[in-house]
Design a binder for this molecule. Structure first.
Ligand SMILES: Cc1ncc(COP(=O)(O)O)c(C=O)c1O
Length: 387
Protein backbone atom coordinates (compact mmCIF):
# COMPACT_ATOMS: atom_id res chain seq x y z
CA UNK A 1 0.00 0.00 0.00
CA UNK A 2 1.39 3.39 -1.00
CA UNK A 3 0.17 5.26 2.06
CA UNK A 4 1.81 8.58 1.13
CA UNK A 5 0.15 8.54 -2.28
CA UNK A 6 -3.28 7.70 -0.82
CA UNK A 7 -3.16 10.41 1.83
CA UNK A 8 -1.62 13.15 -0.29
CA UNK A 9 -2.86 12.59 -3.84
CA UNK A 10 -5.39 9.82 -4.48
CA UNK A 11 -8.71 11.18 -5.76
CA UNK A 12 -7.44 14.75 -5.97
CA UNK A 13 -7.75 15.98 -9.54
CA UNK A 14 -6.16 19.36 -8.89
CA UNK A 15 -6.22 20.51 -12.50
CA UNK A 16 -10.02 20.66 -12.15
CA UNK A 17 -9.80 23.30 -9.42
CA UNK A 18 -7.02 25.79 -10.24
CA UNK A 19 -4.29 23.34 -9.11
CA UNK A 20 -5.18 24.17 -5.54
CA UNK A 21 -3.29 21.87 -3.18
CA UNK A 22 -6.23 21.56 -0.83
CA UNK A 23 -9.46 20.43 -2.50
CA UNK A 24 -12.50 22.72 -2.57
CA UNK A 25 -15.55 22.18 -0.39
CA UNK A 26 -18.24 21.74 -3.02
CA UNK A 27 -20.96 23.19 -0.82
CA UNK A 28 -23.97 22.55 -3.02
CA UNK A 29 -27.09 20.45 -2.75
CA UNK A 30 -27.50 19.85 -6.49
CA UNK A 31 -25.73 19.95 -9.85
CA UNK A 32 -26.97 21.22 -13.22
CA UNK A 33 -26.65 19.61 -16.65
CA UNK A 34 -26.13 21.17 -20.07
CA UNK A 35 -28.66 18.96 -21.87
CA UNK A 36 -31.22 16.21 -21.37
CA UNK A 37 -28.88 13.48 -22.59
CA UNK A 38 -26.29 14.31 -19.89
CA UNK A 39 -28.94 14.35 -17.17
CA UNK A 40 -30.35 11.03 -18.39
CA UNK A 41 -26.83 9.51 -18.29
CA UNK A 42 -26.25 10.85 -14.76
CA UNK A 43 -29.48 9.30 -13.45
CA UNK A 44 -28.13 5.86 -14.35
CA UNK A 45 -24.95 6.29 -12.26
CA UNK A 46 -25.78 8.55 -9.32
CA UNK A 47 -23.02 7.00 -7.22
CA UNK A 48 -20.29 8.30 -9.50
CA UNK A 49 -21.88 11.27 -11.26
CA UNK A 50 -22.91 14.18 -9.06
CA UNK A 51 -26.65 14.84 -9.42
CA UNK A 52 -27.66 15.59 -5.84
CA UNK A 53 -25.48 15.68 -2.72
CA UNK A 54 -27.49 12.94 -0.96
CA UNK A 55 -26.01 10.68 -3.65
CA UNK A 56 -22.59 11.89 -4.73
CA UNK A 57 -20.64 15.05 -4.00
CA UNK A 58 -17.11 15.61 -5.37
CA UNK A 59 -15.60 16.49 -1.98
CA UNK A 60 -17.12 13.38 -0.41
CA UNK A 61 -15.96 11.33 -3.42
CA UNK A 62 -12.31 12.22 -2.74
CA UNK A 63 -12.73 10.97 0.81
CA UNK A 64 -14.45 7.77 -0.32
CA UNK A 65 -11.56 6.92 -2.63
CA UNK A 66 -8.97 7.49 0.08
CA UNK A 67 -10.66 5.43 2.80
CA UNK A 68 -11.41 2.53 0.44
CA UNK A 69 -7.72 2.46 -0.53
CA UNK A 70 -6.60 2.68 3.11
CA UNK A 71 -8.63 -0.42 3.94
CA UNK A 72 -7.61 -2.23 0.74
CA UNK A 73 -11.29 -2.33 -0.27
CA UNK A 74 -12.85 -1.82 -3.70
CA UNK A 75 -15.19 0.92 -2.57
CA UNK A 76 -16.47 2.87 0.42
CA UNK A 77 -19.36 5.01 1.62
CA UNK A 78 -19.32 7.85 4.12
CA UNK A 79 -22.14 8.53 6.59
CA UNK A 80 -23.19 11.20 9.07
CA UNK A 81 -22.05 9.01 12.01
CA UNK A 82 -20.48 5.67 12.84
CA UNK A 83 -23.88 4.42 13.95
CA UNK A 84 -25.39 5.37 10.57
CA UNK A 85 -22.66 3.33 8.83
CA UNK A 86 -23.19 0.34 11.15
CA UNK A 87 -26.98 0.44 10.72
CA UNK A 88 -26.69 0.66 6.92
CA UNK A 89 -24.25 -2.27 6.79
CA UNK A 90 -26.49 -4.52 8.88
CA UNK A 91 -29.84 -3.46 7.41
CA UNK A 92 -28.64 -4.00 3.84
CA UNK A 93 -28.09 -7.66 4.61
CA UNK A 94 -31.18 -8.73 6.54
CA UNK A 95 -34.88 -9.18 5.83
CA UNK A 96 -37.78 -10.01 8.16
CA UNK A 97 -37.27 -13.55 9.47
CA UNK A 98 -33.46 -13.40 9.29
CA UNK A 99 -31.04 -13.91 12.14
CA UNK A 100 -27.82 -12.17 13.19
CA UNK A 101 -25.01 -13.50 15.39
CA UNK A 102 -23.24 -10.71 17.25
CA UNK A 103 -20.45 -10.55 19.80
CA UNK A 104 -21.61 -10.08 23.37
CA UNK A 105 -20.39 -6.55 24.08
CA UNK A 106 -20.34 -4.43 20.95
CA UNK A 107 -20.65 -0.64 21.03
CA UNK A 108 -23.87 0.17 22.94
CA UNK A 109 -25.87 1.48 19.98
CA UNK A 110 -24.93 -1.56 17.88
CA UNK A 111 -26.38 -3.64 20.70
CA UNK A 112 -29.57 -1.54 20.66
CA UNK A 113 -29.83 -1.70 16.87
CA UNK A 114 -29.81 -5.49 16.97
CA UNK A 115 -31.79 -6.10 20.16
CA UNK A 116 -34.31 -3.27 20.25
CA UNK A 117 -34.60 -1.73 16.79
CA UNK A 118 -34.33 -4.54 14.22
CA UNK A 119 -36.47 -6.83 16.38
CA UNK A 120 -39.35 -4.49 15.42
CA UNK A 121 -38.82 -5.57 11.80
CA UNK A 122 -38.69 -9.31 12.50
CA UNK A 123 -34.90 -9.75 12.68
CA UNK A 124 -33.63 -11.88 15.57
CA UNK A 125 -30.18 -11.86 17.15
CA UNK A 126 -28.02 -14.15 19.27
CA UNK A 127 -25.33 -12.42 21.31
CA UNK A 128 -22.35 -14.66 22.05
CA UNK A 129 -19.00 -14.67 23.78
CA UNK A 130 -16.89 -14.15 20.66
CA UNK A 131 -13.59 -15.22 22.23
CA UNK A 132 -14.20 -18.80 21.02
CA UNK A 133 -15.00 -19.74 17.41
CA UNK A 134 -17.08 -22.69 18.62
CA UNK A 135 -19.58 -20.22 20.09
CA UNK A 136 -20.18 -18.82 16.59
CA UNK A 137 -20.64 -22.31 15.22
CA UNK A 138 -23.21 -23.15 17.91
CA UNK A 139 -25.14 -19.88 17.43
CA UNK A 140 -25.53 -20.09 13.64
CA UNK A 141 -29.06 -21.00 12.50
CA UNK A 142 -30.33 -21.85 9.00
CA UNK A 143 -31.61 -18.23 8.69
CA UNK A 144 -28.39 -16.54 9.92
CA UNK A 145 -27.43 -13.88 7.39
CA UNK A 146 -24.92 -11.72 9.26
CA UNK A 147 -22.13 -12.22 11.78
CA UNK A 148 -21.25 -8.94 13.50
CA UNK A 149 -17.78 -8.59 15.03
CA UNK A 150 -16.08 -5.87 17.04
CA UNK A 151 -12.48 -6.83 17.74
CA UNK A 152 -11.53 -5.50 20.18
CA UNK A 153 -14.41 -3.63 21.76
CA UNK A 154 -13.54 -0.34 23.39
CA UNK A 155 -14.15 -1.05 27.07
CA UNK A 156 -13.21 -4.61 27.95
CA UNK A 157 -11.25 -5.32 24.72
CA UNK A 158 -12.29 -8.94 24.02
CA UNK A 159 -11.02 -10.14 20.62
CA UNK A 160 -12.38 -12.53 18.02
CA UNK A 161 -10.18 -14.72 15.84
CA UNK A 162 -11.12 -12.85 12.67
CA UNK A 163 -9.69 -15.30 10.12
CA UNK A 164 -11.30 -18.29 11.81
CA UNK A 165 -14.73 -16.62 12.00
CA UNK A 166 -14.48 -15.47 8.36
CA UNK A 167 -13.64 -19.03 7.27
CA UNK A 168 -16.68 -20.38 9.10
CA UNK A 169 -18.97 -17.65 7.71
CA UNK A 170 -17.79 -18.24 4.14
CA UNK A 171 -18.53 -21.96 4.43
CA UNK A 172 -22.09 -21.09 5.44
CA UNK A 173 -22.63 -18.17 3.03
CA UNK A 174 -22.97 -15.63 5.86
CA UNK A 175 -21.90 -11.97 5.54
CA UNK A 176 -19.31 -10.77 8.07
CA UNK A 177 -19.26 -7.18 9.31
CA UNK A 178 -16.62 -5.81 11.69
CA UNK A 179 -16.47 -2.59 13.65
CA UNK A 180 -12.74 -1.85 13.31
CA UNK A 181 -12.81 1.57 14.97
CA UNK A 182 -10.33 0.63 17.74
CA UNK A 183 -7.48 -0.51 15.49
CA UNK A 184 -8.33 1.47 12.31
CA UNK A 185 -7.71 0.08 8.82
CA UNK A 186 -4.00 0.75 9.33
CA UNK A 187 -3.72 -1.27 12.54
CA UNK A 188 -5.87 -4.27 11.60
CA UNK A 189 -6.31 -5.40 7.98
CA UNK A 190 -9.85 -6.78 8.18
CA UNK A 191 -10.68 -6.67 4.46
CA UNK A 192 -7.44 -8.56 3.71
CA UNK A 193 -8.48 -11.13 6.32
CA UNK A 194 -11.64 -11.70 4.27
CA UNK A 195 -14.22 -9.71 6.24
CA UNK A 196 -17.02 -8.59 3.89
CA UNK A 197 -17.76 -5.15 5.37
CA UNK A 198 -15.51 -3.03 7.60
CA UNK A 199 -17.27 -0.23 9.50
CA UNK A 200 -15.80 2.66 11.49
CA UNK A 201 -16.74 5.56 13.61
CA UNK A 202 -14.79 8.27 11.75
CA UNK A 203 -15.55 10.50 14.73
CA UNK A 204 -12.60 8.82 16.45
CA UNK A 205 -9.08 8.53 14.94
CA UNK A 206 -10.01 9.55 11.39
CA UNK A 207 -11.52 12.85 12.51
CA UNK A 208 -8.88 13.07 15.22
CA UNK A 209 -9.70 16.58 16.44
CA UNK A 210 -13.02 16.03 18.28
CA UNK A 211 -14.87 18.30 15.87
CA UNK A 212 -16.65 15.96 13.40
CA UNK A 213 -19.20 13.14 13.83
CA UNK A 214 -19.03 10.73 10.88
CA UNK A 215 -18.77 7.08 9.84
CA UNK A 216 -17.50 4.90 7.00
CA UNK A 217 -18.04 1.48 5.54
CA UNK A 218 -15.68 -0.30 3.15
CA UNK A 219 -16.46 -3.36 1.06
CA UNK A 220 -16.64 -4.85 -2.43
CA UNK A 221 -18.09 -2.71 -5.21
CA UNK A 222 -21.10 -5.04 -5.39
CA UNK A 223 -21.99 -4.62 -1.70
CA UNK A 224 -21.28 -0.89 -1.70
CA UNK A 225 -23.50 -0.37 -4.77
CA UNK A 226 -26.32 -2.21 -3.04
CA UNK A 227 -26.03 -0.14 0.17
CA UNK A 228 -25.77 3.08 -1.83
CA UNK A 229 -29.00 2.38 -3.74
CA UNK A 230 -30.92 1.41 -0.65
CA UNK A 231 -29.76 2.40 2.86
CA UNK A 232 -27.72 5.47 1.90
CA UNK A 233 -30.26 7.04 -0.46
CA UNK A 234 -33.33 5.90 1.50
CA UNK A 235 -32.26 6.64 5.06
CA UNK A 236 -30.19 9.58 3.88
CA UNK A 237 -27.59 9.59 6.67
CA UNK A 238 -24.98 11.39 4.56
CA UNK A 239 -22.00 13.51 5.55
CA UNK A 240 -21.90 17.21 4.62
CA UNK A 241 -19.23 18.34 2.12
CA UNK A 242 -17.78 20.54 4.84
CA UNK A 243 -17.30 17.64 7.27
CA UNK A 244 -15.92 15.49 4.44
CA UNK A 245 -13.30 18.18 3.81
CA UNK A 246 -12.35 18.21 7.50
CA UNK A 247 -11.85 14.44 7.34
CA UNK A 248 -9.68 14.71 4.21
CA UNK A 249 -7.54 17.21 6.09
CA UNK A 250 -7.34 14.94 9.15
CA UNK A 251 -6.34 11.93 7.06
CA UNK A 252 -3.13 13.71 6.00
CA UNK A 253 -1.81 13.21 9.55
CA UNK A 254 -3.58 9.96 10.47
CA UNK A 255 -0.46 7.70 10.61
CA UNK A 256 1.50 10.28 12.63
CA UNK A 257 -1.32 10.80 15.11
CA UNK A 258 -1.96 7.06 15.48
CA UNK A 259 1.74 6.39 16.11
CA UNK A 260 2.12 9.17 18.68
CA UNK A 261 -0.97 8.30 20.69
CA UNK A 262 -0.52 4.50 20.67
CA UNK A 263 3.17 4.77 21.66
CA UNK A 264 2.26 7.04 24.57
CA UNK A 265 -0.65 4.72 25.46
CA UNK A 266 1.66 1.72 25.56
CA UNK A 267 4.24 3.53 27.75
CA UNK A 268 1.54 4.65 30.17
CA UNK A 269 -0.17 1.24 30.22
CA UNK A 270 3.16 -0.45 31.08
CA UNK A 271 3.98 2.19 33.71
CA UNK A 272 0.53 1.90 35.28
CA UNK A 273 0.74 -1.89 35.34
CA UNK A 274 3.75 -1.60 37.69
CA UNK A 275 2.21 1.17 39.80
CA UNK A 276 1.48 0.20 43.44
CA UNK A 277 -1.89 2.00 43.38
CA UNK A 278 -3.17 0.04 40.37
CA UNK A 279 -4.94 -3.31 40.58
CA UNK A 280 -4.74 -4.17 36.88
CA UNK A 281 -4.53 -2.75 33.36
CA UNK A 282 -6.48 -4.17 30.41
CA UNK A 283 -4.76 -3.41 27.09
CA UNK A 284 -4.64 -5.97 24.24
CA UNK A 285 -0.93 -5.93 23.56
CA UNK A 286 0.23 -6.27 27.17
CA UNK A 287 1.63 -9.72 27.95
CA UNK A 288 -0.88 -9.95 30.83
CA UNK A 289 -3.85 -9.64 28.43
CA UNK A 290 -5.68 -13.01 28.27
CA UNK A 291 -5.78 -13.00 24.43
CA UNK A 292 -2.30 -11.52 23.99
CA UNK A 293 -1.23 -14.13 21.38
CA UNK A 294 -4.28 -13.47 19.21
CA UNK A 295 -3.74 -9.71 19.52
CA UNK A 296 -0.14 -10.17 18.33
CA UNK A 297 -1.33 -12.31 15.42
CA UNK A 298 -4.02 -10.07 13.98
CA UNK A 299 -3.35 -6.53 15.26
CA UNK A 300 -0.30 -4.65 14.04
CA UNK A 301 -0.08 -2.82 17.37
CA UNK A 302 -2.16 -1.61 20.29
CA UNK A 303 -4.61 1.24 20.10
CA UNK A 304 -4.87 4.30 22.31
CA UNK A 305 -7.54 3.10 24.74
CA UNK A 306 -7.04 0.96 27.82
CA UNK A 307 -8.86 0.34 31.07
CA UNK A 308 -7.45 0.26 34.61
CA UNK A 309 -8.75 -0.59 38.06
CA UNK A 310 -7.25 1.67 40.65
CA UNK A 311 -6.73 0.62 44.26
CA UNK A 312 -9.41 2.66 45.96
CA UNK A 313 -11.58 1.86 48.94
CA UNK A 314 -14.61 3.92 47.94
CA UNK A 315 -16.35 5.69 45.06
CA UNK A 316 -15.36 8.95 46.76
CA UNK A 317 -11.68 8.01 46.43
CA UNK A 318 -12.10 7.20 42.74
CA UNK A 319 -13.89 10.51 42.27
CA UNK A 320 -11.09 12.37 44.07
CA UNK A 321 -8.51 10.71 41.80
CA UNK A 322 -10.46 11.52 38.62
CA UNK A 323 -11.38 15.05 39.68
CA UNK A 324 -7.70 15.75 40.46
CA UNK A 325 -6.51 15.01 36.93
CA UNK A 326 -5.79 18.23 35.06
CA UNK A 327 -4.47 16.95 31.72
CA UNK A 328 -7.18 14.35 31.10
CA UNK A 329 -10.61 15.63 30.18
CA UNK A 330 -13.57 13.69 31.54
CA UNK A 331 -15.62 12.84 28.46
CA UNK A 332 -17.16 10.16 26.27
CA UNK A 333 -15.83 9.25 22.82
CA UNK A 334 -12.11 9.08 21.98
CA UNK A 335 -9.68 9.40 19.07
CA UNK A 336 -8.99 13.13 19.29
CA UNK A 337 -5.84 15.09 20.15
CA UNK A 338 -6.77 15.27 23.84
CA UNK A 339 -6.45 12.59 26.51
CA UNK A 340 -9.65 11.50 28.23
CA UNK A 341 -10.93 9.49 31.16
CA UNK A 342 -14.26 7.80 31.61
CA UNK A 343 -14.82 6.40 35.14
CA UNK A 344 -17.30 3.53 35.43
CA UNK A 345 -18.57 5.03 38.70
CA UNK A 346 -20.16 7.80 36.60
CA UNK A 347 -22.51 5.25 34.97
CA UNK A 348 -26.03 4.87 36.40
CA UNK A 349 -25.88 2.19 39.11
CA UNK A 350 -27.74 -0.57 37.28
CA UNK A 351 -26.65 -3.28 34.88
CA UNK A 352 -25.82 -1.84 31.45
CA UNK A 353 -27.31 -3.23 28.22
CA UNK A 354 -24.97 -6.22 28.51
CA UNK A 355 -26.22 -6.97 32.01
CA UNK A 356 -22.85 -5.89 33.43
CA UNK A 357 -22.35 -3.75 36.51
CA UNK A 358 -18.80 -2.42 36.16
CA UNK A 359 -16.51 -2.34 39.22
CA UNK A 360 -16.62 1.11 40.85
CA UNK A 361 -12.84 1.50 40.53
CA UNK A 362 -12.64 0.95 36.76
CA UNK A 363 -11.52 3.86 34.59
CA UNK A 364 -11.14 3.96 30.81
CA UNK A 365 -8.25 6.04 29.50
CA UNK A 366 -7.89 7.40 25.99
CA UNK A 367 -4.41 8.76 25.28
CA UNK A 368 -4.12 11.71 22.91
CA UNK A 369 -1.14 13.53 21.45
CA UNK A 370 0.34 15.09 24.59
CA UNK A 371 3.86 14.34 25.92
CA UNK A 372 4.03 11.17 27.94
CA UNK A 373 5.89 13.04 30.74
CA UNK A 374 3.15 15.61 31.26
CA UNK A 375 0.47 12.90 31.43
CA UNK A 376 2.58 10.86 33.86
CA UNK A 377 3.19 13.87 36.12
CA UNK A 378 -0.53 14.53 36.16
CA UNK A 379 -1.30 10.92 37.10
CA UNK A 380 1.37 11.00 39.84
CA UNK A 381 -0.15 14.06 41.52
CA UNK A 382 -3.65 12.49 41.33
CA UNK A 383 -2.37 9.23 42.87
CA UNK A 384 -0.82 11.26 45.73
CA UNK A 385 -4.28 12.61 46.59
CA UNK A 386 -5.51 9.10 47.40
CA UNK A 387 -2.41 7.69 49.13
C1 LIG B 1 -16.35 1.26 18.76
C2 LIG B 1 -17.37 2.27 18.35
N1 LIG B 1 -18.14 2.00 17.29
C3 LIG B 1 -19.08 2.88 16.87
C4 LIG B 1 -19.27 4.07 17.52
C5 LIG B 1 -20.33 5.02 17.04
O1 LIG B 1 -19.78 6.05 16.33
P1 LIG B 1 -20.48 7.49 16.19
O2 LIG B 1 -20.52 8.07 17.55
O3 LIG B 1 -19.60 8.19 15.23
O4 LIG B 1 -21.86 7.25 15.65
C6 LIG B 1 -18.48 4.40 18.62
C7 LIG B 1 -18.68 5.70 19.34
O5 LIG B 1 -18.29 5.89 20.46
C8 LIG B 1 -17.50 3.48 19.04
O6 LIG B 1 -16.71 3.71 20.11
Amino acid sequence: MDLSYILNHLGEERENYFNAVSPPIIQTSNFSFKDVASLRKAFVDEKNISVYTRGNNPTVEILRKKIAALAGAEDALVFSSGVAAISAAVMANVNAGDHVVCVQKPYGWTHKLLNKFLSRYGVSVTMIDGTSVENFEKAIQPNTKVIFLESPNTFTFELQDIEAVVKLAKQKGIITIIDNSYSSSLGQRCIEMGVDIEVHSATKYFGGHSDVVAGYLMSSKKIVDKIFESELLNLGGIISPNDAWLLIRSLRTLPLRLKQSRETAEKLARWLEEHPQIENVVYPILESFPQHDLAKKQMKHGGSLFTVRIKAISVEEVELFCNSLKRFLMAVSWGGHESLIMPACSFPVKPDEFGVVYPFNLIRFYIGLEDVESLMEDLKQAFKKIE
